[in-house]
Write a protein that binds this ligand. Structure first.
Ligand SMILES: [Zn+2]
Ligand SMILES: [Zn+2]
Ligand SMILES: [Zn+2]
Length: 128
């Protein structure tokens, strides 16, 4: 089954994985994916439409940028953000076991016009 997961170039669904390993029972596929997820071998990608896909993980804890146009998934890691999440949980008296973070939008290739930051108003005033 690991071969099948490694062969998937794009994020896959458990259904697709089941189809790729016909000899393996559905329950076993689900259990294996869950185990691999706990081991940080694959990561879980909840999509905006409510479906869930998986892909091979970079290994360490990270967050996802998911393009809603082409489906590309980029990974990023920000220790400062993680600290902030932990602080928020702590302040709420919440015992945090883990978190996942998905950002939805358009990737650099799909965003039609990357927004250039407009100059501050004071700057414009001085030039006029
Ligand atoms: Zn990931
Ligand atoms: Zn895209
Ligand atoms: Zn994090």
């Amino acid at each position: 089954m690991l071969d099948a997961i490694g062969a998937e170039a794009a994020p896959f669904t458990v259904e697709e994985l089941c189809a790729a390993v016909p000899g393996v029972g559905r329950a076993t596929v689900f259990r294996t994916v869950r185990l691999l997820q706990e081991l940080d071998v694959v990561c879980r990608l909840p999509l905006e439409d409510g479906s869930v896909r998986y892909q091979l993980s970079a290994g360490d804890h990270h967050h996802h940028l998911i393009c809603s146009n082409c489906g590309r998934v980029s990974e990023f890691n920000d220790p400062a953000l993680d600290r902030l999440i932990q602080e928020n949980a702590h302040d709420a008296g919440f015992r945090l076991d883990g978190h996942s973070l998905e950002l939805y939008g358009r990737c650099a290739d799909c965003a039609p016009h990357p927004q250039a930051p407009s100059p501050p108003a004071a700057e414009r005033g001085r030039r006029a």
